[in-house]
Design a protein. Structure first.
Ligand SMILES: [Zn+2]
Length: 289
């Protein structure tokens, strides 16, 4: 069901018009805009990064590896799912992989910036898009799966986002999250990416439980490259004048290939049920109680 952000009532309709108070969002290029004030500016990210960031596009190894892992999670934990919402879907890298692997899924994507959504609209047909602040989702018990991949760390009120996710998933549905791990690894890179925090496992688990979810799986990933991350973090620990944030994202293709293979090995270990004890990122799967 849809959820009216004005009168706070769920409603059933194919259209974006509340059946109780008749409020409807602005439309821009057929994309509903729920929070016009944040379309081009807020403190969670810099939309210009989209234009310069090979990181958000294939074939960066991290994106590729993360997408494969997410596909496995969907198959393993959400075998009966029919729809999926990604919050903070960026340029749509993960949405396109999910659509490819599950052509029968109804896929939805949300972003706070219109820029990313307009990019996806050109690239992917059949994905429903809307602009919103993740602290207010215009849905009620609608989705089998909601994913937020490296999104929560950009938002001050991450607990509010988790509560909205709880409201928007079906009673038998659940969420998949990935976040950067270890506050001790905080560096200039996190500041460049507008991160508000890096998580500890305890903090993430507690926040997800407090929002009402039951944890199904939580594991580290990005393990085998962890020593490399440690070196980068140490190197970027203190602000440098000549810091070039794009350097570490511009990885030559042959090296990307090797890194992707390393990640494939890691995915294999996770699929075997091995909980990886440490790593640059955390992956969490939870369901509504
Ligand atoms: Zn209403």
């Amino acid at each position: 069901m849809k959820f009216c952000l004005a009168c706070k009532e769920p409603y059933q309709s194919d259209r974006w018009e509340c059946t109780h108070c008749h409020m409807s969002p602005l439309l821009k290029n057929d994309i509903p805009i729920f929070h016009p004030a944040y379309v081009s500016e807020n403190d969670g990210y810099n939309p210009d990064i989209f234009d310069h960031m090979p990181y958000s596009e294939e074939p960066h190894y991290f994106n590729k590896a993360r997408a494969f892992l997410i596909l496995w999670i969907i198959k393993h934990f959400f075998a009966n799912a029919a729809n999926f919402l990604e919050i903070g879907c960026g340029k749509g890298t993960i949405l396109s992989k999910i659509q490819e692997a599950h052509p029968s899924f109804t896929c939805w994507g949300s972003e706070i910036y219109l820029k990313g959504l307009e990019h996806i609209k050109k690239k992917l047909t059949n994905v429903h898009l809307f602009q919103t602040d993740a602290r207010q989702l215009p849905f009620y018990e609608e989705f089998d799966i909601i994913g937020a991949f490296d999104v929560l760390e950009h938002i001050e009120e991450d607990v509010a986002v988790l509560k909205e996710m709880y409201k928007a998933v079906k009673p038998q549905g659940g969420i998949i999250l990935s976040v950067p791990q270890y506050p001790q690894l905080w560096s200039q890179r996190d500041e460049f990416l507008y991160h508000k925090r890096r998580y500890t496992r305890t903090e993430l688990v507690k926040k997800v439980r407090d929002a009402g979810f039951r944890i199904c799986k939580v594991t580290s990933f990005n393990v085998l490259l962890f020593p490399l991350f440690l070196l980068i973090a140490m190197h970027n620990r203190y602000p440098k004048k000549n810091y070039n944030p794009f350097r570490e994202f511009n990885i030559p293709r042959p090296l990307q290939k090797i890194l992707t293979e390393i990640f494939a090995l890691e995915r294999f270990l996770i699929q075997l049920g091995i909980i990886l004890p440490f790593g640059g990122s955390l992956l969490l799967v939870a369901k509504r109680n």
